[in-house]
Design a protein around this ligand. Structure first.
Ligand code: CA
Length: 229
């Protein structure tokens, strides 16, 4: 899907420049905003396909921007850029509705891969129909790939795009143990060495959202995760 617009909300010009270089090379259009408030206005004005959102921003920080977009029911996919050791920001960011994150300093190629993964998952059904897969049922948990909906019993559970992707992999193979590298590969479409913490964070979010279900995501120590009902 070339030409899709990516909005980078970031106050460091050199990072914008580098991201822009790599994203444009992959056929994306790129716009930027240098503070949180300008970023929010740019989202309204430009309606980007994806937002890359720095956490540490002037005027209004990235977490507040994320919260504000979701409070306004804006579903635009968001990749959060967090500082190396700010795990709290990463957890909070996913809780506030970010779809994924990159840890600064990140390789721009990783941003491109994550952006492509999130966009691929966020695309409405039909455009990527062969990748959608079948409707899945596991215990009281059901997943409809065409409607991008997950239910516990009759209750709709709102999931972000990458949470949905992880659950879809696990539900397609209940009881099978997936290691983190394999989940990265299957749910994100790539396998960046050392990025498996991403999987743990999304599993933690999924567990919170699925507490009402009898189906559980079990940790297999030293190996990975599996779905049990
Ligand atoms: Ca910053």
């Amino acid at each position: 899907m070339s030409g899709e617009l990516i909005l980078i909300i970031e106050d460091e010009a050199n990072i914008i420049q580098l991201d822009r270089l790599y994203l444009e090379r992959e056929g994306f259009a790129v716009e930027s905003a240098a503070d949180g408030q300008a970023g929010l206005q740019a989202v309204d004005r430009l309606r980007p396909a994806l937002v890359v959102l720095d956490v540490m921003l002037p005027v209004m920080d990235g977490l507040a921007v994320c919260q504000s977009l979701r409070a306004a029911q804006n579903p635009v996919p968001i990749i959060l850029a967090t500082a190396r050791d700010e795990e709290v920001d990463r957890i909070l960011g996913l809780e506030l509705g970010a779809d994924d994150y990159v840890t600064k300093p990140y390789n721009p190629r990783e941003l491109v891969a994550r952006g492509q993964a999130v966009l691929r998952r966020a695309r409405p059904s039909g455009e990527d129909s062969q990748a959608l897969g079948a409707a899945l049922q596991c215990g009281d948990l059901s997943l409809n790939p065409e409607r991008r909906e997950v239910y516990v019993g009759n209750e709709l559970v709102p999931l972000r795009t990458q949470e949905f992707a992880v659950l879809q992999v696990l539900m397609a193979h209940p009881g099978i143990v997936f290691d983190r590298e394999r989940l990265l590969k299957l749910a994100w479409g790539f396998d960046f060495y050392g990025q498996t913490r991403t999987v743990d964070m999304h599993i933690a979010q999924l567990r919170k959202k699925l507490t009402g279900s009898r189906v559980k995501i079990e940790t297999v120590p030293g190996v990975g995760y599996k779905l049990v009902s």
